[in-house]
Design a protein around this ligand. Structure first.
Ligand SMILES: Cc1cc2nc3c(=O)[nH]c(=O)nc-3n(C[C@H](O)[C@H](O)[C@H](O)COP(=O)(O)O)c2cc1C
Length: 165
């Protein structure tokens, strides 16, 4: 009910306890056939955050201002459902961050590019990942004074719901 994407962060660090809860949510996420193909790479170093913020042409710059980024790294040799499993884990972390009153935002990597180069390859180079790994996205994370207000249900388009017998 209160989840929103937050793109600006303040200087207050995410605590060890907060980070642990967010990573636990990721580890508890369902995966197809319980194969759990995802690894979660926590990036805290400022230079690395800046590098990640330049991994694609648009929409990743907010990572530079985040306290941490959690890169979801899926092993395609473990599961063919790596897109779905990564997406659910990202969503669970986003929701747990919301629960903890932290700001967070999904940054898409899969299917995006930087100057014509696949953004996944850019991220894999930064993190020195082996070829079988794929990167659906990154969760940018931090405390924020600018978490958008929750939606009220009257602004949500309920015409998306269809009942068919
Ligand atoms: C699959 C997916 C990819 C997204 N990629 C980005 C992104 O690269 N950069 C960004 O700033 N926001 C990204 N977002 C956040 C969306 O822009 C955001 O969810 C949407 O505008 C609705 O706003 P809300 O999350 O506050 O409801 C992404 C969200 C999803 C679910």
């Amino acid at each position: 009910m209160k989840r929103r994407s937050t793109r600006t962060f303040n200087d207050e660090p995410v605590t060890k306890d907060e980070l642990e809860k967010i990573l636990e949510a990721a580890l508890l996420a369902p995966t197809s056939m319980n194969r759990k193909p995802c690894n979660f790479m926590v990036v805290e170093n400022k230079d690395a955050l800046v590098e990640l913020s330049q991994c694609k042409d648009h929409g990743a710059d907010l990572i530079a201002g985040a306290d941490k980024a959690i890169v979801v790294v899926a092993d395609t040799l473990v599961a063919d459902t790596w897109i779905e499993d990564s997406s659910i884990a990202l969503t669970y972390m986003h929701l747990m961050a919301t629960e903890l009153d932290l700001g967070s935002c999904w940054v898409q990597v899969h299917l995006r590019s930087k100057d014509g180069v696949d953004a996944e390859e850019v991220v894999k180079e930064i993190l020195k990942l082996d070829p079988q790994y794929r990167v659906v996205g990154i969760l940018a994370l931090g405390h924020s004074d600018n978490i958008p207000e929750p939606y009220t249900l009257d602004v949500i388009d309920k015409n998306k719901i269809h009942f068919r017998v």
